[in-house]
Ligand binder design. Sequence first.
Ligand code: AMP
Length: 282
Amino acid sequence: MRIVRTIAETRRAVADLKEPSRTLGLVPTMGALHEGHLSLVRAARSRCDAVVVSLFVNPTQFGPNEDLSKYPRTFEADCALLEAEKVDLLFAPEAAEVYPPGAQTFVEVEDLSRRLDGASRPGHFRGVATVVAKLFHIVAPNLAFFGQKDAAQVAVLRRMVRDLNFDVELVVCPIVREPDGLALSSRNRYLSAEDRRHALVLSRALRRVEEQAAAGVVDAEPLLAAGHAVVAEEPAVRLDYFRVVDTDTLEDLPRIDQGALIAVAAWVGPARLIDNALLPPR
Ligand code: AMP
């Protein structure tokens, strides 16, 4: 695996990897890699001739009071994991390479960026859309791999790709969980053993909603009530949102007949965690 730090080197390396008719896959990450990230890398490996991973803790997607400086950084271990997955190229730039002094151009997917996490993290999705647009320009992948774990991010990026005519196919991979249901996240490293036990309430609440939906409940209101009741079993968990929304527009849905996204976000100890479940159309 070749490790590159600059945009110019990345462009040159990609040109070599992208001989005619070879498919190039990109997996954007912020590092502190776990099996969730590796599932995306494996999906990319299975569908593409060459795989590029980016590792960049993107400052523009963190708010002023968020965990940018504390975000876990485990570069050596990340490299070993990616090497083992036979990644061809790792692009790991410094912030000044991505945002040179005076940078003032951003990508904003207007309405979508203010829904779900965008409501409680103003500017977050502007940062995400901007850095992913830049990565698409730098790497020019045929396919780009993202996790369903960040369902709102997927909706924002799908819209960006459509609106700005990016020639890239987004591939969305399922959420990877611990055996007890906890969705893998780099932020799980912030959790104490007790926090971790509390955090299980999120996947439990989603499961309860899925069970109710499978039993025939179609109105959002009782489904949300069931989910809220489960979260309330852990008073240490401070709910940000628990919603039933349309997968593409992220708008609240009154019913789930046409399919829906059940999305939850909560503070557990020092970490803000998110999780979700997709309900299929009836
Ligand atoms: P991050 O490093 O947190 O920005 O995540 C990089 C990519 O990995 C994003 O597309 C995430 O949605 C994806 N990802 C993170 N956690 C998981 C997980 N538990 N299962 C599947 N994909 C994940």
